[in-house]
Ligand binder design. Structure first.
Ligand SMILES: [Zn+2]
Length: 440
């Protein structure tokens, strides 16, 4: 090629909205969108050293080495990630985003040794939050959810799943799902709604749980589906809450109305929840602290994603965690979520990654996959988010660490430097940072 031709080519750079360049590591997670990663594949982060990407109209239009990106694209807005890592925004596949009140006094009781199930049995726990959420108006719930999403976004989460389940009447469940819809419209973070009417047996049905299950199946699910307010249907399947038979009925009823099944399974005891999740072809089973080997194998066979929630296990204070290593060995795809709720008040997926490394022995690479592309699988969003690939949403985070192994290793602080959501810079620590004044 002649010099003139090369110069000519340089002038024909495509103009885009934003470039992110010079990342020490560009963690792409490329190639994980078809099937969730498990086994040794879960370590495969698709890292490009000195990587960069181009963004146009809210989407990723190029990913590669920085010189290649620079050669083909130009933008007024160029973010340098020199010395830092760039990766997809976190996807949080399990939150109870919308509720009123708090339960710090119950936290103190749990610290003193009272169990979670004992508190629930005495009308506290979920049931107390239900009372407060029923009383709360829509505006108050929207305001609270909005603040929570702000905190999540500041910590690098760009997509969350959110469960209802603090209403437990048709009217209140619809109210909560309506709040989630508003939040999805108002806030930069994408909110993926799950109907969890089967979160607890409300006090008014204490002596007739079957009637409450009928109410869920005959009234709540049809209305939720008809109004298009949820994509998934979930059940808290546990001894003393919803048994296997009730769980199956609710999940099948949901499925018949187009709500994909999810299950809170085997959290407090070995109850057969993992097996049931496989049997009803659930998209995911969550918690799984006590899942049996048979249940784990069945999940692997049917491709059910294990959504593991080590922060919830941490907050239970029993010292027990899901056996993530066994799940990965058996071929179950593992995802990670916060389980943000009034008894596990954490918005930060970086801390969840640290817990996953320390308590479940995931490597940082495995935990990163679990908190991004595998989480996207758990909520049916792999065509949009979870990896940095051409055509996906430009949901990108810049972390102020030199390589990905710092995730989990450096914990308890926010490593986020910048968050780009739908191609817009929405968090910029550099711009809003604290100015340290020297005392000299
Ligand atoms: Zn939960």
């Amino acid at each position: 090629m002649t010099k003139a031709k090369r110069r000519g080519k340089r002038t024909r750079k495509e103009k885009v909205d934003m470039l992110i360049v010079n990342a020490n590591e560009l963690v792409t997670l490329k190639g994980g969108s078809e099937k969730p990663r498990t086994g040794t594949q879960i370590q495969n982060l698709g890292i490009i050293r000195k990587g960069g990407l181009a963004v146009k109209d809210g989407r990723i239009v190029a990913v590669g080495k920085t010189p290649e990106i620079r050669k083909s694209f130009s933008a007024e807005n160029v973010i340098s990630a020199s010395g830092k890592i760039v990766m997809p925004g976190f996807v949080d596949p399990h939150t109870h985003l919308v509720f009123a009140g708090s339960r710090e006094d119950e936290f103190q009781m749990r610290v003193e040794g009272v169990s979670y199930m004992a508190i629930l049995g005495a009308g506290g726990g979920i049931l107390r939050t239900v009372r407060e959420t029923r009383r709360a108006g829509v505006e108050r719930l929207v305001e609270f959810g909005f603040k929570t999403l702000d905190v999540m976004l500041e910590h690098g989460t760009t997509t969350v799943e959110a469960k209802s389940g603090y209403g437990l009447t048709l009217k209140d469940e619809l109210k909560i799902l309506g709040v989630m819809k508003r939040l999805n419209q108002l806030h930069a973070v994408d909110v993926v709604p799950t109907f969890l009417g089967a979160h607890a047996i409300p006090l008014e049905y204490k002596n007739n749980p079957q009637e409450y299950v009928n109410l869920i199946i005959e009234e709540m699910i049809p209305r939720v589906a008809e109004k298009g307010l949820a994509e998934f249907c979930d059940v808290f399947c546990e001894k003393g809450v919803f048994n296997l038979e009730q769980t199956r009925r609710v999940l099948v009823a949901g499925k018949n109305r187009g709500l994909k099944p999810k299950v809170h399974a085997d959290e407090m005891s070995m109850f057969g929840g993992a097996e049931l999740a496989a049997d009803v072809r659930a998209v995911s089973a969550e918690h799984l602290l006590f899942a049996s080997d048979e249940g784990i194998k069945a999940m692997a066979d049917k491709g059910v994603v294990a959504v593991l929630l080590p922060a919830a296990a941490f907050s239970l204070m029993t010292g027990r965690y899901a056996d993530a290593r066994k799940m990965i060995d058996f071929g179950v795809p593992v995802a990670l979520g916060t389980d943000f709720n009034p008894s596990c008040w954490v918005e930060n997926q970086q801390l969840v990654i640290a817990f996953a490394c320390h308590f479940m022995r995931l490597t940082p690479a495995e935990a990163i996959t679990a908190a991004t592309i595998n989480s996207a699988h758990a909520i049916g969003r792999t065509s949009e988010v979870g990896s940095l690939e051409i055509g996906k949403k430009a949901d990108v985070i810049v972390l102020d660490v030199p390589n990905h192994m710092f995730l989990g290793y450096r914990f308890g602080v926010n490593l986020v430097d910048k968050v780009v959501k739908n191609g817009r810079l929405v968090v910029d620590k550099e711009a809003s940072g604290i100015k340290t004044v020297g005392l000299f």
